[in-house]
Every structure is written in structure tokens, then in C-alpha cells.
Design a protein around this ligand. Structure first.
Ligand SMILES: NC(=O)c1ccc[n+]([C@@H]2O[C@H](COP(=O)([O-])OP(=O)(O)OC[C@H]3O[C@@H](n4cnc5c(N)ncnc54)[C@H](OP(=O)(O)O)[C@@H]3O)[C@@H](O)[C@H]2O)c1
Length: 294
């Protein structure tokens, strides 16, 4: 065989070997397992979730329908409240009413609520009904290592890490996202587990200087294929929470060239997304238990 042909064959075999060695983490399966457990634990408990939705946002409506299906699967009751326009006074009144309603055990605000200050809305929610884990009281507790109601996407990332048996202590973890709902709380949760955490964002000078050092890379930018071969080292574990819709398809942050170098990776779709919904259900159960233990 010609020298070049042998070389080509070797590269091909290496490529296939890498492909075989790479593990695709099944988020749907993890979510199913979580939901099964939640459904059992919720039996005989009157859990009812209220979701506030801005009805003119198609995606919000679609996402709230997905949540309704999830509530049904685990036997929760639910109420979806639609707003045709965002009226601060009205929304604040509705949240107050839901706080006072003993039948409602969890409150969920579907974003975006255009023109509304999210901080203002979430501050109004009863801390024990805050199933998004975003009330400043709950965020503060998370920061202090008293983790109870924690934000759903970071909770999902942790769940995946646990499910994969990944030890965090002393590991270099890089998070590409510094939003209030993903990167900031996730970095606190990782620090609580003694990981060494770097948090990157749009202003990070040279992203790959950080990502290349990662034992575990969590990315959630919504920038299609931002993470490429040169961004990661061989054997990295990648959790891709990014979602970018384009031409009727959904893309994550990670390009195939980076995925090929990973020991394990979450797919998009079917990775973090389903586990995030299951994490919200778990928060709903926890919130109920917190209210009943008073
Ligand atoms: N799978 C799930 O369950 C789930 C849940 C929530 C969100 N998501 C997805 O996760 C993504 C982020 O959501 P989010 O609400 O946190 O959005 P966001 O507030 O827009 O956050 C995006 C983050 O990515 C950073 N970023 C954007 N482009 C970058 C680049 N080129 N290089 C480095 N960093 C960059 C942003 O930095 P700057 O702020 O400096 O611009 C920001 O920290 C979206 O795709 C969303 O759909 C998925």
C-alpha cells in the first residue's frame, strides 16, 4: 500500500476510534429517570404550579405547553396565566394573589416579559414558591452553600455531572456564560463543590486560553458552533446548554470538531433541555415540601 494511503487509513481509524470512545450523554433518559422518581414522590400530594406567560411570544407559549405536559406526566396540577400585554401593576397583583393562594405551591415566570424588570417580578414571588430558584433570598442561600431551591439550568448541569459520576473537586471547570440564570449561579454551585472555576463571556480576551484548560466545559452562549477543535483539549467533558434555532433546526454551541475530542458530551437537542424541565419539576416538589414542613 502506498505510504499516503496508509497514513489516510490510520487517520480514518483514529477518527472512528475517537467517535466510538466519545460518549453522548442521553439527557432524555436522565430526565425520564428523574420524572419517574418525582412522580412517585408526588403521589398523594397536592402540588399546583402557576406559570405566567406573555401570550404574544410564540416561543413562550410553546415552552409553557411543554411544561404543562411535564406537569401532567408527574401528576402536578397547573394553571397557565396568559398576558396579552405586559402591565406591571397587573402582573404584580397576580403574583401577590398566587402567593396568597394556598393551593398554588409553585410560581414560574416564563421569560421574556417585554418591558418588565425580571428582578422586580421575582422579588415579589414568595421565596418558598420560587421554583426557578431566582429569588434573591434563594440565590443568596445558594451562594452561601445552603442549596435548596436553585436555578433550573445550573441544577440540570449538576444533575448531568452527578449522573456521569464526574468528580468536581480540584477540577478545572470553564463556564462560557455569565448570565444571572445560568453562568453566575452555576459558578457558585461548582465552587461549593471545590472545582476551580473560570467564567467566560463576550468580553473574555482570548476564549480558547481558558477553554483549552478545561477538564469540564459548560457552554451556554446560543452562538452556533462557537466551540471548535482549537478550543478544547483531548478527553474533555462538554456540557452544551446553548440553543440556536436556524432554518427550522436547533444547534448547540459546540462544533463537531470539538465534540470529536471529547470523552463525553451532551447533544443539542436532547441534552440539557429535558433535564432542565425535570429539574424544575424537582424544585416544585421541594417547594411543596418546604411549605408543608412549616
Ligand atoms: N437547555 C436549556 O435548558 C437552556 C436553559 C436556559 C438557556 N438556554 C440557552 O443557553 C443560552 C444562554 O441563555 P441565557 O439566558 O443565559 O442567555 P444570555 O443572557 O444571552 O447569555 C449568553 C451568555 O453567553 C455569552 N456569550 C455570547 N456570545 C459569546 C461569545 N461569542 N463568546 C463568549 N461568550 C459569549 C454572553 O456574554 P455577554 O453577556 O457578555 O454578551 C452571556 O454570558 C441560550 O442559547 C439559551 O437558549 C438553554
Amino acid at each position: 500500500m502506498h505510504h499516503k494511503e496508509i497514513e489516510g487509513n490510520c487517520t480514518m481509524h483514529l477518527f472512528l476510534l475517537q467517535f466510538i470512545l466519545m460518549r453522548v450523554i442521553d439527557g432524555k433518559k436522565i430526565a425520564r429517570e428523574m420524572e419517574e422518581e418525582i412522580r412517585k414522590k408526588a403521589e398523594g400530594k397536592e402540588i399546583k404550579i402557576a406559570t405566567l406567560v406573555y401570550e404574544k411570544n410564540e416561543e413562550s407559549v410553546l415552552f409553557s405547553k411543554l411544561k404543562e405536559k411535564a406537569f401532567e406526566r408527574v401528576g402536578f396540577e397547573y394553571e397557565t396565566i396568559y398576558f396579552d400585554r405586559v402591565d406591571e401593576k397587573k402582573i404584580m397583583e397576580v403574583i401577590k394573589k398566587l402567593n396568597d393562594d394556598r393551593k398554588i405551591t409553585g410560581i414560574n415566570i416564563q421569560l421574556p416579559m417585554p418591558g418588565m424588570d425580571y428582578k422586580k417580578m421575582i422579588e415579589k414571588v414568595d421565596v418558598k414558591k420560587d421554583i426557578e430558584g431566582m429569588h434573591p433570598f434563594n440565590v443568596g442561600n445558594t451562594l452561601l452553600g445552603n442549596e435548596r431551591l436553585i436555578p433550573c439550568t445550573p441544577k440540570a448541569v449538576l444533575r448531568i455531572i452527578e449522573h456521569e459520576g464526574i468528580e468536581l473537586q480540584g477540577k478545572d471547570v470553564v463556564v462560557v456564560n455569565h448570565s444571572n440564570i445560568v453562568g453566575k449561579p452555576l459558578s457558585m454551585l461548582l465552587l461549593n463543590r471545590n472545582a476551580t472555576v473560570s467564567v467566560c463571556h463576550v468580553y473574555t480576551k482570548n476564549l480558547k486560553d481558558y477553554t483549552k484548560k478545561a477538564d469540564l466545559l459548560v457552554t451556554a452562549t446560543g452562538v452556533k458552533w462557537l466551540i471548535r477543535e482549537e478550543h478544547v483539549r483531548e478527553g474533555v467533558i462538554i456540557i452544551d446548554a446553548g440553543i440556536k434555532k436556524e432554518g427550522g433546526k436547533i444547534y448547540g454551541d459546540v462544533h463537531e470538531s470539538a465534540a470529536m475530542k471529547a470523552k463525553a458530551i451532551t447533544p443539542v437537542p436532547g441534552g440539557v433541555g429535558p433535564v432542565t424541565i425535570a429539574s424544575m419539576l424537582e424544585n416544585a416538589l421541594l417547594a411543596y415540601e418546604m411549605q408543608k414542613s412549616l
